[in-house]
Design a protein around this ligand. Sequence first.
Ligand SMILES: *[C@@H]1O[C@H](CO)[C@@H](O)[C@H](O)[C@H]1NC(C)=O
Length: 818
Amino acid sequence: MDPVTPRSGNLRRTVLCLLIFSLAAMVCTDEDYYKLLGISRASSSREIRQAFKKLALKLHPDKNQNDPSAHDKFLKINRAYEVLKDEDLRKKYDKYGEKGLDENQGGHYESWSFYRYDFGIYDDDPEIFTLDKVEFDGAVNSGEVWFINFYSPGCSHCHDLAPTWREFAKEMDGLIRIGAVNCRDERMLCRSRGINSYPSLYIFKAGMNPVKYFGDRSHENLVHFAMKYVSSAVTELWAGNFRSSLENSFASGVGWLITFCADTGDCLSTQTRLKLAAMLDGLVSVGWMDCTTQGDLCDNLEISSSTTAYFPPGASLANKEKSDILFFNSLDTKEIYKEMMDRLPDLEMLSPDSLKDRLTYHRWLLFFTFGHDREFHLSEFKKLNVLLRGDHIQVNKLVDLHTFTTRNVFCINTFFVSCKVGRFDCQSYPSTCSSLYIHKPCVAAFKGKGVNDFEIHHGKTSVYELVTFAKESVTSHVITLGPTNFPGNEGEPWLVDFFAPWCPPCRALLPELRKASKRVFGHVRFGTLDCTIHEGLCNMHNIRAYPTTVVFNQSNTHEYEGHHSAEQILEFIEDLRHPSVVTLTPTTFNELVKGRSRDEIWMVDYYAPWCGPCQALMPEWKRMARHLSGLISVGSVDCQKYSSLCSKEYVNAYPEIRLYPANRDNPHYYHGYNGWQRDSYSLKSWALSYLPKMAIDLTPDSFNENVLKGKDHWLLDFYAPWCGPCRSFAPEFEYVARLLKGKVKAGKVDCQAYGQICESAGIRAYPTVKFYPYLGSKKKNVGGEHVDTRDAKEIVKVVTARIGYIKMQHRTSQKDEL
Ligand SMILES: *[C@@H]1O[C@H](CO)[C@@H](O)[C@H](O)[C@H]1NC(C)=O
């Protein structure tokens, strides 16, 4: 038997784990993290930071030097903060408690002055949004203009800028959105955006590349710069354009806000006009008139001193009757804006009678209200009519032309849709709302397929979040579920997201679900179930943490354990549709693994569902299994479920990866994986090294006789024993050899031992792959054909295509001869 004893490796690792556990015991706490920070489970990331900062300033060991337990106490709250601020860790904590967490989390903290001066520096400014990755994506895709400050708490220029940035945010409130990204917390986000100095200030606007601000960081220059990205047009009106301008706008239902400047009194300043024009963009046209030069016109309108007036669509211009014209006394931007918004027509009201008809032909964003809710600033949402107008929402539809051709041909059909905005009052029509399980004010997107095809919005009801939501939702296929449409044991597969609206990781998952739903449309349907409303259904499915995502396929259920990303969700679904990893039970383990045939190889992952490294391994494991399909069988054993199997197999650390090789008389014999890297590539290379080698080692003689003169196609790997890339390519080449088995022979040439072959073949770099096709009677060219890739699948593609072409040429030349 092989002298390798995998068990000893396990022992070492177990000892290591025990050590870490005993250290962790000092840090760990069984107190609830939310209680420790004094926050609710629904807290937002800003609230978590604020709560932690307050505690940090009070309990920090720097300020409690006489308290010997201060350090330990502070570690506890630091750990709670580190876990809850991270969306993935927070979910894991909610689901498994401390068991699922890395023991070292939160073992390191900063000085008191860091928390005092560098931590959460914009959390007390309501106008500044501190954005995390998900919020950032939502913001820059919303269609609003965002000016974002990427900063790092350690940078002194960032602190110098902070007071100016705050004042600037106040001034620009309502015109553009002001954001901040803490690059210390959001490293990946900042890196992916190419931020390499702090502070970096960028403007984001839909349909435009982000623009970096290079000017000096004074209040005036920031305003001047930002105003350039604000759509703001103020028209000077005079006798020559007055009537036509107004009539044109009126024709499309838009009124005019005009400030008249005369010798006496005050009209709006240029700055105020510009701001109002921006804030009312698309809703109201803004203009001004100089009554000292346009005296007749002003007289005609009976305006004798400076004033500001709103002319709603259809207002009579010459008529002295000005009942429908609204005059403003204020000179303040926000006051005028607010009054103006109140004056605009309300959102379209739908009734049960019109509902069905309207929802079938258009996409809608519908506000469900209960009389006059203070919760909604409905007048502010009149803006949505403009932001969601016709040409704004892009739909990319993947169309399969399968029915027209024999092969799968896809094309992307892009078009634009509109989303109407309306309101439905639940107080007037309670039965309609209760049939939709709507019991409190909310906003829902209807996807144009009737009353039941809708998704309720969860999150802030701010204009920009609603725009993002509406755009995503009406083009995706996620719907809100309830008892009436909850999937049963029959019909199509469904992915159901059990969630609670207060849970931030749940809200972060929703956009990812929407993305994923578009890609597997037609194979899997997507729904969300709000466990705060449908407690019974959630209990029935034994939901213990939010979000819990489950795929129901007939009577089978599969719980999703991965990250909250569309890519991983899609991979999960792909794996369900075409499983690459066998879920082993004690019975199948004995039958398939222990009872494997002599030429079969098995790889098994022994894991526990709560173990972090196991969860990280799972997607890599599946990816590896897909690569190895046909060569090596891959399985996994849940050691929580089948603990007796795992203890019988002496599994004592998770994840435990074993390879059960071929051709063994002892079926229990295995190799354990001790590598540090558990990515699919490393695992695959390791596994391939246990396959019997297929590529033939060539010598000058065999190269000449078999490759050049022989009647086979040959694929060669030219390498040098000392070259690192060659070593990592070797298993990949073995893989190619297997994929091409029967069609192409595979060989390897050691260029250190047989320099002359490599020289005559023109090899200049290692490793080099060359193809030597057999083209009939001729001797093959010593230089072969260069294959310009080291990716197994690509190599196979290139070679297969080449063989196909050679065959075709062969057939035509035969025909010619006939
Ligand atoms: C659902 O089950 C069917 C039949 O077992 C299978 O063919 C299909 O791929 C499954 N789909 C998903 C998404 O799991």
